[in-house]
Design a protein around this ligand. Structure first.
Ligand code: PLP
Length: 392
């Protein structure tokens, strides 16, 4: 019987997909399920973006494209970054990839190996740790604390760095907490990084456009002092409701770009051509739909946080970005994963236990509020009834 190399035994998963599968199976069996598990906008991709993809196919764009992506799309990414951050990025450093995830996959694969350390947020997106372990590098969790409004702490991050630190992964706005790291903290990190010139930074900014109230997105691309060792991850999935189109981008340091490009040539050749034309229309067309989605998420955010805080034993901070609430359920007396499982099986509400995002996620649930207000109210009612019945 064929067996994969040992590294594959260390490869983890994203439990959100397992919960989605279980929720779909229960729904197919006739159960009423409210799904707050998966992290994707519940809006359709804006019609002008869909039309651009259809037109591209009709116009005969069905072949391969250059591995780094079509030139107008790479130029549009550079123009968008310039408009949003004021920073000029060389188009030759932009690699279009099949989803935001692929930039983290490539970065960790490229830099991880036994003997080096990689810092990553805990709780954080589970694929960071999974890929770090795959490469044999040592995963070093950086605690993301509720008392710090789920921002990362520059001081704590720097205190965990050593001469062996090869890569530091940061994520703001963050999954699963919705935390947004303020400018002062980001500047302190950039300053402190001067002491560790051997460390590359992967900044996962996939939620850069989903921000509320006065929260400000500070991109690490704005700091020229680290531009020769910064990998920026962003994409279309969350901003334009395009999770299924599989398109994202990475801005790579010059010294790493060609390795990333070769990985593309070896693995996926290029992103689906229609998706690239859709991505181009998204960046160059009207942005109204983005604002409308964010306003809808904002209203839902308030509804969910208020509703969660009214539940016995539950307390929830107001997140500043993304579309997740990360309530503490410590005072319910439940373990988080057990509560998440029982809420799915018994109350018909799919959400994710905090430990699926790291050890420090114990005591929390992740609630994706990218769902209709009706569904959110129903979920809150069901969770409330379950907790009130005290079925521990
Ligand atoms: N980074 C974070 C923090 C995410 O939450 C996600 C998706 O959930 C991704 C990256 C991956 O995005 P994509 O669907 O574009 O691969």
């Amino acid at each position: 019987m064929p067996k994969p190399i040992a590294a594959f035994e260390r490869l983890g998963e994203e439990n959100a997909f397992a919960v989605l599968a279980r929720a779909s199976a229960l729904a197919a069996a006739g159960r009423s399920i409210v799904n707050l598990g998966i992290g994707q906008p519940d809006f359709p991709t804006p019609p002008h973006i869909v039309e651009a993809a259809v037109k591209a196919l009709r116009d005969g764009h069905h072949g391969y494209t250059p591995a780094p992506g079509i030139q107008p799309l790479r130029e549009a990414v550079a123009a968008d970054l310039l408009a949003r951050t004021g920073t000029e990025v060389d188009v030759d450093r932009i690699l279009i990839v099949p989803g935001g995830k692929v930039t983290m996959f490539a970065a960790i694969l490229m830099l991880g190996e036994p003997g080096v350390e990689i810092l990553y947020p805990d709780p954080g997106f589970p694929i960071y740790r999974s890929m770090i372990e795959f490469t044999g590098a040592r995963p070093v969790p950086v605690p993301i604390r509720e008392e710090n409004e789920f921002a990362f702490s520059a001081a704590e991050t720097l205190s965990l760095m050593t001469p062996q630190t090869r890569l530091v992964i940061v994520n703001s706005p963050a999954n699963p907490t919705g935390g947004v790291t303020p400018r002062a903290e980001i500047e302190a990190l950039v300053t402190g990084l001067a002491e560790y010139p051997q460390a590359t930074v992967l900044s996962d900014e996939i939620y850069s456009r989903i921000l509320y109230d006065r929260a400000e997105h500070v991109s690490l691309i704005d700091y020229p002092e680290i531009s020769d060792r910064l990998i920026l991850l962003d994409g279309w999935s969350k901003t334009y409701a395009m999770t299924g189109w599989r398109i994202g981008y990475g801005i790579w340091p010059e010294s790493l770009f060609d390795s990333a490009r070769k990985l593309a040539v070896n693995a996926w050749s290029c992103v689906g051509t229609a998706s690239q034309y859709a991505g181009l229309a998204a960046l160059t067309g009207p942005q109204d739909a983005v604002g409308e989605m964010v306003s809808a998420f904002d209203a839902r955010r308030r509804l969910v946080v208020e509703g969660l805080n009214a539940l016995p034993g539950v307390s929830c901070r107001m997140p500043g970005g993304a579309f997740y609430a990360f309530p503490s359920i410590r005072d319910t007396g439940f373990e988080a994963k057990r509560l998440a499982n029982r809420l799915l099986e018994e109350a018909g509400v799919a959400l994710i236990g905090g430990p699926d995002f790291g050890i420090l996620g114990e005591g929390y649930l992740r609630v994706s509020y990218a769902a209709s207000e009706t569904d959110l109210r129903e979920a809150l009612n069901r969770i409330g009834q379950f907790l009130a019945a005290d079925k521990r």
